[in-house]
Design a protein around this ligand. Structure first.
Ligand code: DQA
Length: 145
């Protein structure tokens, strides 16, 4: 069975207590529960790290295992060329990479309006809370056929 990697970048381990007005009151474990309910026909592997190198390593793993990726790069979205290059490895390998955001970065501070990831992602879903991930998973499911 295909494994879908749901990868989360820095500070997303703090969901629930981090700026609940922006990100809601659900924790990362709540997100896991929501997404596990969607996981039929594939295996879900949800991970979070605050470390850029670890996140890059997970994208390399996705290429090697041929796993589609749902990626919330968090603040790395806005400046990490290293993460962008790793994300490009995924899509250049013909694998889906959906960039997701809980909030709508375009409705927030100006530095959040730039994503260095989007141009190498398959597509982007942002602004729908945890539903951004749900929509991304549904899309991956559809594309897996
Ligand atoms: C975020 C948006 C980013 O700007 C921010 O740095 C995050 C979370 C989101 O999911 O809305 O950490 O990616």
């Amino acid at each position: 069975m295909t494994t879908v990697l749901v990868l989360n970048g820095p500070n997303l381990g703090r969901l629930g207590s981090r700026e609940p007005d922006v990100y809601g009151s659900g924790t990362l474990e709540d997100l896991r529960g929501v997404l596990e309910a969607e996981a039929s026909g594939f295996t879900l592997d949800l991970r979070q790290t605050d470390d850029e190198a670890t996140l890059i390593g997970w994208l390399h793993d996705a290429v090697d295992a041929r796993s589609p990726v749902v990626l919330n790069p968090a603040a790395f979205t806005h400046y990490s060329y290293a993460l962008r290059d790793a994300a490009a490895l995924v899509t250049k390998a013909g694998l889906l990479l959906v960039e997701v955001h809980i909030s709508n970065p375009h409705a927030r501070e100006e530095f959040r309006h730039t994503s260095v990831i989007s141009a190498v992602a398959t597509g982007v879903i942002a602004g729908f809370g945890f539903d951004s991930y749900v929509l991304a998973l549904q899309l991956v499911k559809r594309r897996l056929g």
